[in-house]
Write a protein that binds this ligand. Structure first.
Ligand SMILES: Cc1cc2nc3c(=O)[nH]c(=O)nc-3n(C[C@H](O)[C@H](O)[C@H](O)COP(=O)(O)OP(=O)(O)OC[C@H]3O[C@@H](n4cnc5c(N)ncnc54)[C@H](O)[C@@H]3O)c2cc1C
Length: 418
């Protein structure tokens, strides 16, 4: 531990790295150190290269949502990485298997009617759960709910209408060929990061410096930026002195949803199309979304959200693999089971340094994101995906929150905005 510095940043994910980069651009004279609990930077932006695949896989973020205006687009291209502009395959169903065109049309109509009710509810001063807008007994309620678990990590009944209305990301969904996680880590390559350094206590009561305790020693900083997830905050994994009950309450009201990926390795990839798509059970809330051969690679990326993701996370590898293979074999034929095997899967809920995938606001809690984002005493600043007013759940929201946090630091230490 260097002892005394100007700014300590807790967490080397997209938000923390964006904070540090912004500070370095605006005030290169400041001493800044990012304290990261893990043995790697990136947080939920995490690309791996399984030895037997020879291609990168994103275990966390993979889509540049609202790509045309997404700040990670110029960053990734500026780093010399390749952005693939193939449209996201989510609305398609390979060979119409189990989801014929007339059903897809009926679903689209149900979704449009849901969106109309939603638009009316958004301007109603009384907040409600999105689930209250479902047509009672509607045949496509399961599908609408499943989609919610992919976007928000939670079912419609758990999510605030008012909060969902504030999400402003629009446009295409593109991908970084080398991996979104890779792009985030490369972006932060010059940022000073102390790895394996979990912050356990933040003492912000003293007049002069904020003290950050870690198993590797104590750091003192003129300002600190905390970028950890609401899962980490709500669990009390970092002790604040004086305590911050408003932050903890806000973190509990904007809890972590869960979405997990199950990657299957294909033995006969050519039987499936490049960038195809299948929904396992189109009428069910508990089903996987399967991206067939992303970039033409010999894998299927299964995506599971909400309660199903939670159940599969608790289950063993064999059960998670079997769930995906059962759904796929139901559509592709029972012989498919022999032509795919589990490659890698995520368990973001069990990950002690995030405790979920992305944060959603409970009904009545839309204003808690502002509570999460509010600085404490000027020098203790908060950032991270969940603090974004309009791009929450995304790596882009994390980045923007990190830049905002850096500007708040500069407002305290001098450096102004640019
Ligand atoms: C399965 C999945 C799919 C996703 N898909 C997309 C997508 O396609 N597009 C998209 O834009 N977004 C996606 N996201 C969301 C996106 O990855 C996140 O919103 C974003 O990466 C969050 O960045 P962050 O910096 O706010 O938080 P994090 O990445 O969680 O960073 C916080 C950091 O703090 C560290 N930390 C925690 N506790 C401590 C401590 N006590 N001391 C020090 N460090 C600590 C953590 O290890 C972590 O590195 C996905 C996420 C998941 C899980």
């Amino acid at each position: 531990m260097p002892g005394d510095i100007d700014v300590a940043v807790v967490g080397a994910g997209a938000a923390g790295l964006a904070t540090a980069r912004r500070l370095a651009e605006r005030r290169p004279d400041l001493t800044v150190l990012v304290l990261e609990a893990r043995d790697r930077p990136g947080g939920r932006a995490h690309t791996v290269e399984p030895p037997d695949l020879d291609a990168p896989l994103d275990l966390g973020c993979s889509w540049l949502h609202g790509a045309e205006s997404n700040p990670w687009l110029p960053i990734a291209e500026g780093l010399g990485l390749t952005v693939d502009r193939t449209p996201a395959p989510w609305s398609g169903q390979y060979r119409d298997l189990g989801f014929p065109p007339e059903d897809r049309r009926a679903y689209r109509e149900a979704a449009a009617a849901f969106d109309e009710r939603r638009a009316a509810a958004e301007v109603d001063p009384v907040d409600r759960p999105l689930g209250a807008l479902l047509e009672p007994g509607g045949p496509w309620n399961g599908r609408l709910d499943a989609a919610s678990t992919y976007y928000s990590g939670a079912g419609l009944a758990e999510i605030s209408v008012h909060d969902a209305a504030r999400y402003r990301v629009r446009g295409s969904d593109w991908r970084v060929v080398e991996g979104y996680g890779h792009a985030v880590v490369r972006f932060g390559a010059d940022v000073p990061v102390a790895l394996d350094t979990p912050v356990t206590r933040v003492d912000h009561g003293g007049a002069a410096m904020i003290r950050l305790e870690t198993p590797r020693g104590t750091l003192r900083a003129r300002a600190a930026v905390v970028t950890v997830s609401t899962g980490v905050l709500a669990a009390g994994a970092i002790r604040f002195d004086p305590p911050l009950p408003d932050k903890v309450e806000a973190a509990q009201s904007v809890p972590m949803g869960l979405a997990n990926k199950v990657f299957l390795r294909l033995a006969a990839p050519d039987e499936l199309p490049k960038d195809g798509h299948l929904i396992g059970e189109p009428r069910s809330a508990r089903t996987g979304a399967y991206h067939l051969r992303p970039f033409g690679r010999p894998v299927i990326e299964g995506y599971f959200g909400g309660g199903l993701a939670r159940d599969l996370e608790e289950a063993g590898d064999a059960e998670a693999e079997a769930f995906a293979l059962d759904e796929l074999a139901g559509l592709l034929g029972s012989g498919f089971r022999r032509r795919a095997r589990l490659l890698v899967r995520t368990r973001w809920g069990r990950d002690a340094y995030v405790r979920g995938s992305y944060a959603y606001a409970r009904p009545g809690a839309a204003d808690r994101r502002a509570v999460l984002a509010a600085p404490v005493g000027g020098r203790l600043i908060f950032a991270g995906e969940a603090t974004s007013p309009d791009a929450f759940t995304t790596a882009r929201g994390a980045y923007e929150s990190g830049r905002r946090a850096a500007d708040e630091v500069l407002g305290q230490l001098g450096g102004g905005r640019a």
